[in-house]
Write a protein that binds this ligand. Structure first.
Ligand code: TYD
Ligand code: MG
Length: 455
């Protein structure tokens, strides 16, 4: 019973388990008072118990904190994806498939930031310093004052960081780092988590911006970047199809800028090059109008981006027809096939369906629904849409069409690339004139009728 009651000194805040006339800590008289426990919950070892904590300072929303300082790399696609440059004392995770180009991207970024005045350290746990130097030579970056190290022991790395005091550190990759206090093997969930925790805490305390590279892994004992996503300020994924030269850097979480922002790069013989006009690039290999090909006017992050959806529909030899998707969501395709069948009377039973986004792009916007539906019907009917036409709009399960955000921006981009017409949902609001003629559709049924004729 006596154990549950705690006494504190009102003068110096020291706590004791028994009352006395004089405080042992500050030697003041008559200052010891009894305090009631904070919560009346169970008194197990794991509960907080009765002890009081320190009172924390509260502030209000109006208090102005200065904006964190940012540094630009000069690579527009990278700076935009970071939310407007690299923030001091921040932690960034860059995830991606092995071999997609993470090390290449970060070595190039390191060189740019170093040239812009930051003290940059590149620590590789996968390659030797000479391998990194070889890559730097190939990329023409040997002049940049980036410091290299090949190391995996986190204790040594932190000691080095403390002595060197860099502004920007790249850890390639977090899965190779290990702490001597954790018994598990490098790459295991507990090692990856602890290493990421140590590095991010150290970086924040010392004003260092740190990038953790993480390989995306198939389910297994090796931990993927997902286990550290919550610990960092910014999560970027580097995506692309192995066979294509395009690479997309996508911000999926950003405490310092908009998420969903993307940067587009091209893998060349001399490293990654910025793609300033991705729409033109993604449509560059488009030939004459073909059945199943539809241009979608999309929005990625803050900017419009045109890309081509390609569909192929053929009689299936299997009892269970195939549904294959590259660059789009498979379950969303199933939904659109179902809506087409029940609301517009276009069945796909007994037909194999293949859907692909040209150029290795991944589209996740719901506004692509109508473009996908158009590609599917066009492939099924063997009828091509006009060459100069873009399509966008979200489809509801009732077969209705919903207006997509940023219609004006989509139309402007389409117009810039020489498109003259757009098939869109009916919208209430009208903006400026983009020079693109709009064919507005109320629902999927009227879309099928008007575009592909009476059935
Ligand atoms: P890398 O950056 O090592 O990938 P990650 O770190 O994500 O595992 O990139 C490896 C691939 O990039 C490799 O297959 C070769 C290609 N590459 C080029 O095409 N051009 C280049 O200039 C460089 C350095 C790499
Ligand atoms: Mg690598």
């Amino acid at each position: 019973m006596a154990k549950d009651i705690t006494f504190t000194c009102t003068a110096c805040n020291a706590s004791t388990t028994k009352w006395s006339g004089r405080c042992d800590s500050c030697e003041a008289w008559n200052t010891i008072e009894e305090v009631k426990p904070l919560t009346g919950g169970p008194k197990s070892k794991k509960a907080m118990g009765g002890g009081r904590g320190k009172q924390i300072n509260l502030t209000d929303l109006a208090t102005l904190e200065p904006e964190p300082p940012r540094t630009l790399s000069g690579v527009g696609e990278l700076d935009r994806t970071l939310g407007g440059g690299l923030v001091k004392a921040s932690a960034i995770l860059v995830g991606g498939d092995p071999g997609i180009g993470k090390s290449t991207l970060l070595l190039q970024a390191a060189a740019r930031f170093a040239r812009n005045g930051l003290k940059v350290l590149y620590i590789s746990g996968e390659e030797s310093a000479s391998q990194v130097q070889m890559r730097a030579r190939r990329l023409g970056l040997t002049e940049s004052p980036v410091k290299l190290a090949s190391e995996t022991n986190l204790r040594d790395i932190l000691t080095t960081l403390e002595a060197e005091k860099p502004d920007f550190v790249i850890i390639d990759s977090i899965q190779t780092m290990w702490l001597d206090t954790v018994e598990a093997a490098p790459g295991s969930v507990s090692q990856v988590r602890s290493a990421a925790h140590e590095l991010t805490t150290f970086a924040k305390q010392n004003g260092i911006a740190v990038v953790l590279v993480g390989h995306v892994t198939k389910e297994g004992t090796i931990a993927g970047p997902r286990v550290v996503e919550h610990m960092v300020d910014t999560v970027l994924y580097f995506e692309g199809e192995r066979g294509h030269q395009f690479r997309i850097l996508r911000a999926v979480k950003n405490r310092f800028g908009p998420a969903d922002e993307i940067g587009v790069f091209e893998m060349t013989g001399k490293g990654l090059a910025e793609v300033k006009n991705p729409s033109a690039m993604f449509l560059s290999e488009r030939g004459d109008p073909a059945p199943g090909s539809v241009v979608f006017a999309g929005i990625e992050g803050s900017r419009p981006m045109l890309c081509e959806f390609q569909a192929l529909v053929s009689p299936s030899p299997h009892s269970q027809p195939r549904r294959t998707v590259v660059g789009w969501d498979g379950s969303r395709l199933a939904m659109i096939l179902a809506v087409l069948e029940s609301r517009a009377g276009v069945p796909f039973t007994g037909l194999d369906v293949y859907l692909n986004v040209a150029g290795g792009l991944r589209v996740s916007e719901p506004a692509a629904d109508l473009a996908v539906a158009a590609a599917l019907i066009s492939a099924r009917e063997d009828a091509a849409l006009p060459k100069d036409c873009v399509v966008f709009g979200e489809l509801s399960l009732s077969g209705g069409l919903r207006a997509a955000p940023q219609t004006e921006n989509r139309l402007k981009e389409a117009s810039k690339l020489g498109f003259t017409s757009a098939i869109t949902p009916v919208r209430a609001k009208r903006g400026g004139d983009s020079g693109v003629s709009m064919r507005e559709m109320r629902d999927l049924h009227s879309f099928v009728e008007q575009v592909f004729g009476e059935r």
